[in-house]
Design a protein around this ligand. Structure first.
Ligand code: C5P
Length: 253
């Protein structure tokens, strides 16, 4: 499909104008960044894996009635999505203590939380995406109280879906981040899940071994990121056919 004009380039994705009004083409790059882009690398095949995994999760969400921006897959690195007005908040759902929550509250990583905890961070790289309270969100007009209620409901539904799907393949969803956008159907505004859902934006732990199968592998130099993401795709049965095969080399006689 012919891409339109480049509209936006982020750390891991590029957005192009789509073929019809109200659509975009979302291209997944191989770039990996962490700690607000202080750590950077290019990891061959990551974009292909994330494109496939995000397609898988978004398709599943659409199928169970959780609206997302995903329309259809286009190729190994691109998907057609619905254009949405992104609410400038990262919505984080946590089931187990990890990352900045563990650090902030002095919790041991891996401790089960008493209930899912939702946090909001204001999307601004120059500020390091700071954690904000509902008070800030309302006062600064980033979202209304109604939006916030809808965002919490949407995030919890995504959590139930993701946790269930991943439990089925022996993986614990410790936490994840989503972005939410507004769309208009005639005069009716509603919120949909946008951006991506992939091991770049989740913490995924093998239930039996605790092995990390997400971007922490890159953040903490724990081994091969492609191997970890390939393992997630393999377990879900969605390994892209010409993604890098990361098995051990075999001798050819
Ligand atoms: O770093 P922190 O513990 O706050 O991250 C919580 C979750 O949100 C993790 O799964 C992380 O991958 C994700 N996240 C993200 N993008 C950010 C910040 C966090 O995908 N900018």
């Amino acid at each position: 499909m012919a891409r339109g004009k480049k509209l936006y380039e982020g750390k891991a994705k590029v957005l192009y104008q789509g073929p019809e009004p109200g659509t975009l083409i979302q291209y997944f790059k191989d770039d990996a960044t962490a700690f607000n882009a202080e750590k950077k690398d290019v990891i061959e095949g990551k974009g292909v894996l994330n494109n496939r995994l995000s397609e898988y999760f978004m398709t599943g969400l659409n199928a169970v009635g959780v609206p997302t921006h995903f329309i259809r897959a286009l190729n190994m690195r691109e998907q057609l999505v619905r254009q949405a007005e992104i609410i400038p908040l990262e919505v984080i759902v946590r089931n187990y203590a990890a990352g900045t929550l563990a650090k902030r509250l002095g919790l041991e990583e891996g401790v089960a939380l008493p209930r899912p905890i939702i946090e909001f961070c204001y999307k601004d790289d120059s500020l390091g995406d700071p954690l904000v309270a509902e008070e800030h969100i309302i006062a600064f007009g980033w979202a209304s109280q109604q939006d916030l209620d809808d965002m919490v409901a949407l995030a919890l539904r995504v959590n139930d879906f993701l946790s269930g799907v991943m439990y089925g393949v022996g993986i614990r969803v410790a936490d994840f981040k989503i972005e939410i956008g507004r769309v208009w159907d005639n005069d009716f505004q509603r919120l949909i899940v946008a951006d991506e859902i992939s091991p770049d934006s989740c913490r995924l732990w093998d239930i039996k071994t605790g092995e990390k199968l997400d971007k922490d592998v890159f953040r903490r130099d724990l081994g091969s990121l492609t191997e970890a993401y390939t393992e997630v795709a393999r377990r879900l049965g969605v390994l892209p056919t010409n993604a890098p095969q990361m098995g051990k080399p075999t001798l050819v006689n």
